[in-house]
Design a protein around this ligand. Structure first.
Ligand code: BDR
Ligand code: CA
Length: 319
């Protein structure tokens, strides 16, 4: 079965890995990319999304530009030291020429869901600002989508952008709290599993060896991002393909362990951006912050090796 997906993305090297994996995989029908600020400012992430559809040979796939800042808080700012000044590891890139869709990302998401009721899966892999805006503008959105699988959050693992917060949550905790509090089929693929997944040197070499425009860009972009991981995480070899792990969840959910619990996102203080799961006894406490919140499927672990192999396979198939 082919699944219609919209990837909401802030490219970002691991975003590039995810988007090209989605285009390469016959199980996915990518019906749109929506951009959001995050790893880099919105002008840069949007241009990268436009580049992706061109390099993938899919210029007809709409790209809709989204939010340039969080809903409420000041942004924590871009991370060129992780993804490069251009979000693509400072690889040489072309000027994109595809036109943008004439809709804000939040409106684009809703209009696509309306046009294909029950068929669209949202895959947000950046700050959740566009998705929260779409929910606020169109409260009927949850009834129109098939599923939502986000990369972000940390239920039991420490944060990566701060001791408490995962980057996508920390950029816009209010938006994340809205999205994770909505009653819709949502899965959080966060650091609890993505921290364990690495594309190792052999896998990176195999991906980079393919003579196609997407793989050649990845081959040029990944070393900068890889250096960040290897220089900063002791003993880590390769790079972390966080965003692509969310796509593997859609393809092979049996590779993941999950629990279902309500979540809150911490909005302020030094724990800002932390996603907190509730245990049943938390729900019975008076004034519980989780009262009335729906369960979220939370990935707590999985077969990290099989996940990295699946990403590699999708990016090298047909070679
Ligand atoms: C997430 O933050 C971004 O830097 C990555 O692209 C990924 O979406 C990982 O915490
Ligand atoms: Ca991302």
């Amino acid at each position: 079965m082919t699944r219609k997906i919209i990837i909401d993305t802030d490219p970002g090297v691991d975003d590039a890995i995810a988007v090209f994996m989605a285009f390469a995989c016959s199980s996915f029908d990518v019906v749109g990319l929506t951009s959001v600020y995050g790893n880099l400012p919105i002008d840069i992430t949007t241009d990268n999304a436009r580049r992706f559809v061109e390099l993938a040979g899919r210029p007809e796939v709409p790209v809709a530009r989204g939010a340039d800042r969080p809903l409420v808080v000041d942004d924590i700012g871009p991370v060129p030291f992780i993804h490069g000044d251009n979000g693509l590891g400072n690889a040489a890139v072309h000027d994109p020429s595809v036109e943008l869709a004439p809709l804000h990302a939040a409106e684009f998401i809703y209009q696509m869901a309306l046009a294909h009721p029950g068929e669209i899966t949202l895959v947000p892999v950046g700050p959740l600002t566009n998705i929260a805006l779409a929910l606020r503008l169109h409260p009927d959105l949850p009834g129109l989508v098939d599923e939502v699988v986000i990369m972000g959050g940390n239920a039991y693992a420490p944060g990566n952008a701060s001791p408490g917060g995962e980057a996508n949550m920390l950029h816009d905790p209010e938006a994340a709290d809205i999205v994770l509090g909505e009653d819709w089929p949502i899965t959080m693929v966060g650091l609890d599993i993505t921290n364990d997944v690495a594309l190792d040197h052999a896998q990176l070499a195999a991906i980079s060896a393919i003579d196609s425009p997407p793989n050649q860009l990845l081959g040029a972009a990944m070393p900068f991002y890889q250096a960040f991981y290897e220089d900063n995480l002791e003993g880590f070899e390769g790079l972390s393909p966080h965003d692509a792990v969310a796509l593997v969840y859609l393809l092979e959910p049996e590779l993941f362990t999950t629990v279902r619990k309500p979540l809150r996102v911490e909005l302020t203080g030094f724990g800002k951006g932390k996603t907190w799961p509730a245990d049943p006894y938390h729900l019975t406490q008076p004034g519980s912050p989780w009262a009335g919140r729906p369960d979220v499927t939370i990935c707590t672990g999985g077969d990290a090796q099989a996940i990295s192999e699946r990403i590699t396979r999708e990016l090298t198939q047909g070679s």
